[in-house]
Write a protein that binds this ligand. Structure first.
Ligand code: ATP
Ligand code: MG
Length: 629
């Protein structure tokens, strides 16, 4: 899978500022939380002060020492020291509550916003993006990367503010107590800064690898979960198990490498800080001068409170780097250009005239053209059928009409207007597409038929559509009828039932242009006849493009296009094509003899088998000499 074309990597600072922009709606909460942390940090030097009074109290006669409380006045140290302790802890606790709780509100709000932005971008990204990025990575970006990012945006800020302020308050106190001594401590800071800078570059690289590895884990797991039947019936257990082990091992190894970096980094930093502490102890003993014992104890205890916040400050660089790596991938997705939607025309209803002129198409990413020089016209109400071997480009052509991919050569006109000139939403309202892979949602039958724009339609219309698609008979036999839940992607339904639901959905949409991609292939002969009848009734008032592997389905089509390697090699009505005795006649003869040899073609039991043979015939039809088209 080729890597996604992504915009050039942003610089750390740019990413960070962009991330901070997401904090803007939470600025009020954020300020409350910051005030909380200011309160918390201001309590730090109080401990040292209390210790000073305690030691002073120990070394002087009890009644001789007092503490001057504001408003209350003087209180003996015996009472005031415990009181001060409780007050300062309560003060700290208050700050801690406001800081943590309001920051959590910011964090979770931010997670919510980022997740939604990512999810909404998925709704706008072009098909190409889904072809080029695997779903595991897209999903883990929403579930995992987002939480990493908020680590950078909020946890890092929390530590920065809380511990940063603690350091400042403690430093202020130390400077006030003994500025000469304190300046020695400042001398150590550049060493710490250098270490932090070195480590942070490594953290970010490792964090990027971890996120990619996390995506691999999700990817392998979800593939196995979705394809569990294939895994079991083809004995893929060992392969999948090995594949998953490899992905998980890689993830573990990368996490460990990151842990190793941070765990060597932290003790190394501690060594530096405590070395400086011992220098301080030495200097305090050397230069104590006429300071009281209480002063010295307070000084040392305040100084010894410094390493903890400094260490935490140093660790935020790993949090930030991890978050920046996450943010980078998130912003890359958000910056992906959405589906091109520059058209302005909106029509309430179109007649359904489809005209394709000199259309050629190559899938993005290069390679051979999949469609070449396609041209045909379908008048409103007509039915055109596409037949041809597997891989000849039929589904591709069908996908171009609702603009799931953008063609560059030639034109597709709907009611005489190029499809690019409609707004995407309006264009897609005019056509109903039943794809080869039916997508159903884990919801009730009724909600699956009336999906999206159709959700408001009354129950009677849903039932009418289901009857028209010959789905009503099986739906009514289900325990809860239209309210039966059908499981993830409709696992509780058979292939033919799923297809009939998809057809019912398309019929309910009542669009002027109906595109059916091989919708009848998974049906037994009897249902096929039903569907055929349903199609005929559904096709009467609208333009229909049918892609069929069974030629019997399309005998009544106004125009049959025979495709081979992206070209239309033959065109005409059923009768004309038979008379021409070209590729179509050949295919028809093969299916006809198949039906003959298989006994009664309507025999439901042999339906699946003969279906398979018919498809094979189409696939292995010998190349025909070029026929005039
Ligand atoms: P079938 O009868 O088996 O459904 P088809 O006629 O519908 O076949 P298409 O699905 O249109 O065939 O595929 C035509 C060619 O385009 C194939 O060679 C296929 O490999 C290629 N192709 C299909 N989808 C993509 C895609 N998303 N990206 C790149 N190439 C693609
Ligand atoms: Mg196809």
């Amino acid at each position: 899978m080729p890597p996604a074309v992504s915009p050039p990597p942003l610089s750390s600072l740019k990413i960070y500022f962009r991330l901070l922009r997401y904090l803007r709606p939470f600025i009020g909460l954020f300020v409350i939380s910051l005030l909380g942390y200011v309160v918390f940090a201001s309590a730090q030097p109080m401990m040292a002060v209390i210790l000073k009074y305690f030691v002073d109290g120990l070394t002087a006669p009890v009644s001789a020492t007092h503490y001057e409380f504001p408003l209350i006045g003087q209180i003996e140290l015996m009472y005031s020291v415990p009181l001060l302790l409780i007050l300062s802890v309560a003060w700290q606790g208050l700050g801690s509550f406001f800081g943590n709780y309001y920051l959590s509100r910011v964090t979770f709000g931010l997670i919510h916003d980022l997740r939604r932005a990512l999810f909404d971008s998925l709704l706008r990204l072009p098909n190409r993006y889904f072809d080029q990025n695997n779903s595991g990575h897209l999903i883990s970006r929403i579930t995992y990367n987002v939480t990493m990012v908020t680590g950078a945006a909020t946890d890092a800020i929390k530590i920065l503010i809380r511990e940063g302020l603690s350091v400042i308050f403690l430093f202020g106190y130390l400077l006030w107590m003994n500025w000469k001594l304190t300046l020695v401590i400042v001398g150590v800071l550049p060493i710490i800064a250098l270490m932090v800078k070195h480590a942070s570059r490594r953290f970010r690289k490792q964090a990027q690898k971890i996120q990619a590895a996390m995506g691999d884990v999700t990817h392998v797991a979800s593939e196995t979960i979705q394809g569990y039947r294939v895994v079991r019936s083809f004995g893929g257990e060992d392969y999948e198990s090995a594949r998953f082990r490899k992905a998980s091992e890689e993830n573990t190894a990368k996490q460990l490498r990151m842990a190793k970096t941070s765990s060597t980094f932290t003790p190394a930093l501690q060594l530096v800080t405590f070395s400086s502490m011992s220098v301080i102890l030495f200097l305090v003993l050397l230069l104590r001068g006429d300071a009281s014992i209480g002063d010295l104890v307070a000084y040392i205890s305040a100084a010894s409170m410094l390493p903890k916040p400094i260490r935490q400050l140093s660790e935020i660089s790993s949090t930030i780097q991890r978050g920046l790596a996450g943010a980078e991938s998130i912003f890359a997705q958000l910056d992906e250009p959405p589906e091109n939607d520059s058209g302005a025309i909106e029509r309430e209803r179109i007649a359904g005239r489809l005209e394709v002129r000199d259309l050629s198409f190559t899938y993005p990413g290069g390679g051979e053209p999949v469609l070449r020089d396609i041209h045909f016209t379908v008048e409103p109400g007509q039915m055109v059928a596409l037949v041809g071997r597997s891989g000849s480009g039929k589904s591709t052509l069908a996908n171009l009409i609702p603009r799931f991919y953008q063609h560059r050569t030639g034109q597709i006109l709907l009611d005489g207007v190029a499809i690019e000139d409609y707004t995407l939403r309006n264009l897609r309202r005019h056509n109903a597409l039943v794809t080869q892979q039916v997508s159903l949602f884990n919801d009730t039958i009724a909600n699956n038929i009336a999906y999206g724009d159709l959700a408001h339609l009354p129950r009677e219309r849903i039932e009418t559509a289901a009857r028209a698609a010959f789905a009503a008979e099986f739906i009514e036999r289900l325990p809860q009828g239209y309210d039966t839940l059908i499981g993830e992607n409709g696992v509780l339904l058979s292939g033919g039932q799923r297809q009939r639901l998809a057809i019912a959905r398309a019929i309910l949409k009542d669009a002027p242009l109906l595109i059916l991609d091989e919708a009848t292939s998974a049906l037994d002969s009897e249902s096929e006849r039903h569907i055929q009848a349903a199609l005929e009734s559904a096709a009467t008032n609208r333009t229909t493009l049918v892609i069929a592997h069974r030629l019997s389905t399309i005998e009544k089509a106004d125009l049959i296009l025979v495709m081979e390697q992206g070209r239309i090699v033959e065109r005409g009505s059923h009768a004309q094509l038979l008379a021409q005795n070209g590729p179509y006649a050949h295919l028809h003869a093969m299916q006809f003899s198949e039906a003959d040899a298989g006994g009664t073609a309507a025999d439901a039991a042999s339906g699946a088998l003969s279906e398979q043979r018919r498809m094979d015939d189409l696939q292995y039809a010998p190349p025909q000499p070029d026929h005039p088209v």
